[in-house]
Design a binder for this molecule. Sequence first.
Ligand code: GUN
Ligand code: FE
Length: 455
Amino acid sequence: MNKYAQVFQGTAFTSKSPKEVEILEDYLFCINDKGMIEQVVAPTNNDYSILLNAYEGKENFHRLAEGQYFLPGFIDLHVHAPQWAQSGTALDIPLYDWLNTYTFPIESKFSDLEFAKTVYEEVVNTLLANGTTTALYFATVHKEASFMLAEICANKGQRGLVGKVVMDNPDQNPDFYRDASTKTALEDTEAFILAVKELAKTTKQGVYPVVTPRFIPSCTDDALKGLGELAAKHDTHIQSHCSESDWEHGYVQDRFQKNDAFALNDFGLLGEKSVMAHCNFLDDNDANLFAETGTAVCHCPISNAYFANSVIPIAHLHAKGVEIGLGSDISGGFSPSLFDNARQAVISSRMLEDGVDTTLPASERGVPSSRITINEAFYLATAGGGEGLSLPIGRLAEKYAWDVQIIDTKLATAKLPIFNVEEDLSDVFQKIMYLVRPENIREVWVQGEKVHSRI
Ligand code: GUN
Ligand code: FE
């Protein structure tokens, strides 16, 4: 009997470090029945021909055709699933107005489970079709609809980490959309955690409950404290928005006389399993606290260009030892694609470094050492996200989950400009990162199961 559930043969790209991409040319990837990569075998390895002899031609052997490549599945560290319903709209007003005029009204509609089902099915399908194999979701305040999102991830095979959003502060949230009280917010969160943990037992890829204070303004002190305690009690992930905009950053300073990072830490909301979205206004003390506690930053480059009017200095935060992943921030960011967000991360970083104000002399423009390469953006979307979540995902390496996207560069309707003229595989990698469209994502696998196919 053959040992492995599946064996894949082909060329893969995976991050070795933030700056380096490893090219595994024509390797074998041996997957066990739990969907984990058990062996990664180079063509020069003695086992290569033995494995080929044993598996070639069998139903569980998959060889990529010419022009096809494996990439790790992307990890979206920040998606508001209900906001898919308004993606692409209202991007030209400030965050505070956007939340109150557009976002809270649409999120309030998720008390209607039929509506929730329609939107949530579409957003999970869309993310899978864009190569996102793991997503860290904000749902809404509604316990039932939030659980439905976890069920949809479970059924479609996506690794979903889902939060019932907590917004109990009557001073900052509208009456039509908030938790009824601090007590019910905490009770609903605990019931949600327990239900998702039960659901997780029925899945291969895992679904996870996430403690989710929307952001400091939306929560009372008692809720923030209670949520920190619930996360510790049930050992869950935690997510929130942190130091996103001038307005929000200023609000937290007024309320606590400190930055978000220290305020969140006081409530037990930072740690190895915490992911904080945006973090545009982190100072060096905040960054050190993130590094010490193992808290990850989620960089949302498209959204930040609209709502935060800022670019975070990725290279500087990496140098300080902060874990960083990438997020679409649907619908603060309009695109569900982490390819698009990786491209924007590179573009924004170049504008930060170079400066764009030509009324200043060239020597006075920009922030030095801010640029990142497409390799670093790829790292954020894959290995960086896995580290942020403390899960064995985001790399094509032994002991990692088989979460992959199979990229087809030769598709007739979306062919990449690869002409095999003195071109090496690192050029192919860059073309994939810059030019792939959803059509080129031929198959998507999560934990050894095919969850999306264009054929
Ligand atoms: N801060 C609080 N809620 C939100 C949200 O939904 N999107 C963004 N971008 N920032 C927020
Ligand atoms: Fe957000």
